[in-house]
Design a protein around this ligand. Structure first.
Ligand code: SER
Length: 871
């Protein structure tokens, strides 16, 4: 057995299985195309539909090195030698091709001849009823019977991944580490013993059953092979180290952690836990973000956030207070970037997201921890309200609280917490609920039971005749509406698109033999019943009458242009900004489209331009827009955007624009992208942290917009008296000129204010001291102070007072030359004058400033100034 680097091991595995006729594929995303799973938890996950028989295999044999996330044992990470959340799994797969015999023979060959692990160290286990596997190990390979153990379902059965799916018995290969110090029964120790001596490293699964949701097993159409060999574990074995964290896979990251926090790995067992947690979580975080996951409060984003906060908490135990995860990305890329190019490609994104997220959380971590201990000190437990507060105010997940309490038996009322969380959710729902729908709900439910749903014909036609099944006015059923009245009408079938999926409702006209009504709004208050909010504009509308329903065609067409453009925008955003872009809301109407999506920073002008160009390119290519009705299951197995989370009926509509875009969508679309016309983004803004908004226009609105701009340019041309190309130049030069003039005006004002004599000057002496009083209007404060200095210079010694009238107020300064401050105190003088003017203020003996409200008294005050000076 020789030392091998992780790179050599990975490559040797793939090379070996290539030599056995396998096609080598690169790792699939951590986000599985599988509604049953949150993450890719094993190498087989990308192939689950093939094992299941839902998709035909392109290649009969495949081998991969697959990146995986498993979070079930997250609490153990850091504390044990081998638990990780992110790991790589080497695997070879057969889809109805080879089976048990080849799988076992090749595994043995790879282990003993390529890796050269000595045979005497190897043991195997088989499922207790799997005689076939047992015989192969015994007869084909020659493993002594004493080293083949038969175990039960909990040890030697794998799958399904998720609640239902392919599964089967397995056989596992173990290495004997020779460590018997923890074994209670050395003489009988075997892989069945959990003393830790035998380390399992390769699992060969014979995937031949489907398990349904009741646990029943039925044979799959093909017999398959799925093997899983954990790269980190194998590397630890090949490098003769005790834990996966001691392998070269972790080394660069751990070294960086040591240098950031000035700690030494393996010098303090408590610190080592934190170092291992950070090293593991940093890898998971980086790979998750690289695959398009963003921190959030649910689903994958929640797991990401939880990992990040846990890493931050452990960093704080090492004395850290600043975002640091971004510093670990470079060493990670150095080690794994050539195998996983997405790390390099998304480096900036990973760094930005972690910095932002950490900045937010670190602020709270210290305060929240303090608060947590205060509450525990006060009452010895945390009730639901406390946990809710910690979550709501400081972002502390319950798991984080548990970890901070570190296994102590302090009681946490998790149930109470969950109840409060639920209530909060309901409040939020109620707050955004539609009042209109609430009011009619009981009546509508009954009507739905009586009348059934409303059939929608509006994909194919824009006009139809339909019977008025009932009329509702202010929440009660009526027989008739007359001119001027408003109400809601229900038909058995309609061509009006009801508001849903971000697309606004159609509007239009209803005509009966007795009257005409305007259709103002169409919506679905309950299940599949459609309400038409109408206003009668002529004659009468009667229950039971046949009506002609006519959709406003122009409006529908404009909306369709915007809806198809929204799909193009979504696809362009993902192409240009990355797969992390996910729709978080949209509004499609006839005038414009609005699209909200997850992204971490403001879009750069060149990004906006690239998006516009991409969308317009597709418009100009005049591609057909196709709509297919599919079973939800079928759509799920394909690469369709925005799926799984949404609740659709059994049949779904898949809207495709060539290979460029495929989305599940109930909306109405154009038939060809050429109909969209010019697509123009008119604004890009922020909605909330991590969510951006784009507003855009198409078709006739783009023309309107262009006309508006052209008219503006034309007006500017006229006003500025230049050609269009010179508008900017001319404006800049005018601004420049204006600036120069402003400067000049300022100078002139200064000159004027501090000029030799002024009509509003009063000069006199008191006790042989010269007084100069000047009254000005609306002068900037700074100018007044400067003027006081200038006048004082001119006076040599004396007192300068300047009154500055500002509307119905007056502000004034008093300046006394230094030598005279013993006799005349500027502060006192200012105070006295201010009193006389109904105000206040004061200052130093040589300079003071004050104000008053009685502007009309200024002259009087000046005339009897001696009084105030002496007072
Ligand atoms: N699916 C099995 C496992 O994850 C073998 O790849 O262990």
């Amino acid at each position: 057995m020789k030392f091998m680097t992780s790179e050599e091991i990975r490559q040797s595995f793939l090379d070996f299985f290539k030599s056995k006729g396998h096609t080598i594929l690169s790792s699939a995303s951590l986000i599985p195309n599988d509604p049953q799973l949150m993450f890719t938890v094993a190498g087989m996950v990308p192939f689950k539909p093939i094992f299941w028989g839902k998709i035909e295999p392109t290649y009969p044999r495949i081998a991969t090195c697959q990146k995986c996330i498993r979070t079930v044992d997250i609490d153990n990470v850091g504390k044990t030698p081998r638990h990780q959340t992110f790991f790589e799994m080497l695997g070879n797969f057969s889809f109805g091709d080879y089976f048990k015999k080849e799988a076992i023979i090749w595994a043995w060959e790879y282990v003993t001849e390529v890796l050269k692990i000595p045979e005497e160290k190897l043991w195997v286990s088989v499922y207790k009823e799997d005689d076939e596997a047992y015989e192969i190990w015994k007869n084909e390979i020659g493993v002594p019977e004493g080293k083949i153990v038969r175990l039960g379902k909990e040890d030697n059965w794998w799958g399904p991944a998720g609640p239902t799916g392919p599964c089967g018995p397995d056989t596992e290969i173990f290495i004997d580490t020779g460590r018997t110090e923890n074994c209670p029964n050395i003489d009988n120790c075997s892989p069945a013993c959990d003393c830790g001596r035998f380390l399992e490293f390769w699992n060969l699964v014979f995937t031949e059953y489907n398990q349904d949701d009741r646990g029943n097993l039925t044979p799959l159409q093909r017999k398959n092979i799925d093997t899983g060999l954990g790269l980190e574990r194998l590397t630890a074995i090949m490098q003769g180290v005790e834990t996966t964290f001691d392998t070269d896979l972790f080394q660069p990251v751990i070294e960086k952690i040591e240098s950031i926090f000035s700690v030494k790995y393996k010098s303090n067992p408590e610190q080592d836990i934190s170092i291992r947690v950070i090293a593991d979580h940093a890898r998971a975080i980086a790979f998750m973000i690289a695959d398009g996951i963003l921190p959030s409060n649910e689903g994958r984003g929640y797991v990401l956030r939880r990992l990040l906060r846990r890493a931050d908490r452990h960093a704080s135990l090492l004395g850290n207070k600043r975002p640091f995860l971004h510093k670990l990305i470079d060493p990670l890329i150095k080690k794994m970037g050539s195998i996983y190019p997405e790390l390099k490609a998304k480096k900036e994104l990973i760094e930005q997201i972690t910095i932002k997220e950490e900045e937010r959380f670190l602020d709270n971590l210290e305060r929240g921890t303090k608060r947590l201990w205060q509450m525990i000190d006060a009452k010895g437990k945390l009730n639901g309200k406390d946990l809710f507060m910690l979550h709501d105010t400081y972002g502390f997940h319950v798991e984080l609280v548990e970890e901070i309490l570190n296994g102590s038996d302090i009681h946490l009322d998790k149930e109470g917490f969950l109840k409060l969380m639920q209530e909060q959710k309901e409040r939020a729902r109620a707050a955004t609920g539609n009042k209109e729908y609430d009011d009619v709900s009981t009546l509508i439910k009954t009507l739905h039971e009586e009348l059934g749903g409303t059939e929608f014909l509006g994909y194919e036609m824009l006009e139809t005749r339909s019977e008025i099944k009932t009329i509702i006015k202010k929440g009660v059923q009526v027989h008739q509406l007359s001119k001027g009245e408003e109400g809601e009408v229900i038909f058995d079938k309609t061509v009006f698109y009801a508001e849903k999926g971000g697309q606004v409702s159609d509007t239009g006209i209803l005509e009966t033999s007795s009257g005409v009504a305007e259709v103002l709004h169409v919506y679905i208050p309950h299940q599949d019943i459609v309400l038409h909010k109408i206003k009668v504009i002529d004659g009468l509308l009667n229950k039971g009458e046949l009506a002609l329903l006519k959709v406003d065609v122009e409006k529908r067409k404009a909306t369709a242009r915007n809806h198809t453009a929204t799909h193009l925008l979504h696809a362009a955003l993902r192409n240009i900004l990355g797969e992390h872009v996910k729709q978080s809301g949209s509004l499609v109407g006839p005038e414009r489209l609005r699209f909200d999506f997850s992204h971490f920073s403001q879009l750069k002008p060149e990004e906006i331009m690239a998006i516009e160009e991409t969308v317009n390119e597709i418009v100009l290519s005049a591609l057909p827009v196709t709509v297919e009705e599919k079973d939800l299951e079928e759509a799920k197995s394909e690469d369709v955007i925005a799926l799984f989370e949404e609740k659709y009926g059994d049949k779904v509509r898949v809207v495709s624009i060539s290979d460029f875009s495929r989305e599940l969508c109930a909306g109405t679309h154009v038939e060809n992208t050429g109909e969209i016309g010019l697509f123009k983004i008119i604004s890009e803004s922020s909605v909330s942290a991590g969510v951006r908004r784009i507003d855009a226009i198409t078709g006739k609105e783009s023309l309107k917009y262009l006309r508006k701009l052209t008219a503006l340019a034309s007006d500017l041309k006229d006003v500025l008296q230049v050609q269009e190309e010179q508008i900017l130049e001319k404006t800049l030069s005018l601004l420049q000129e204006l600036k120069g003039k402003e400067k000049e005006i300022k100078k002139l004002k200064e000159k004027l204010l501090s000029g030799k004599t002024s009509a509003n000057d009063h000069e006199f002496s008191i006790d042989d001291v010269k007084f100069l009083v000047r009254i000005v209007e609306d002068a900037p404060a700074e100018l007044v102070r400067n003027t006081a200095d200038v006048l004082m210079q001119r006076l040599g010694q004396g007192v300068v007072i300047i009154f500055n009238k500002q509307g119905d107020k007056v502000i004034f300064v008093v300046k006394v030359s230094q030598e005279l401050t013993k006799h005349f105190n500027a502060g006192h003088i200012a105070k006295n004058i201010a009193k006389a003017l109904g105000g206040g203020g004061g200052g130093r003996p040589d300079f003071a400033q004050a104000g008053g409200k009685e502007v009309n008294n200024i002259e009087k005050v000046v005339n009897s100034l001696e009084k105030y000076v002496r007072a």
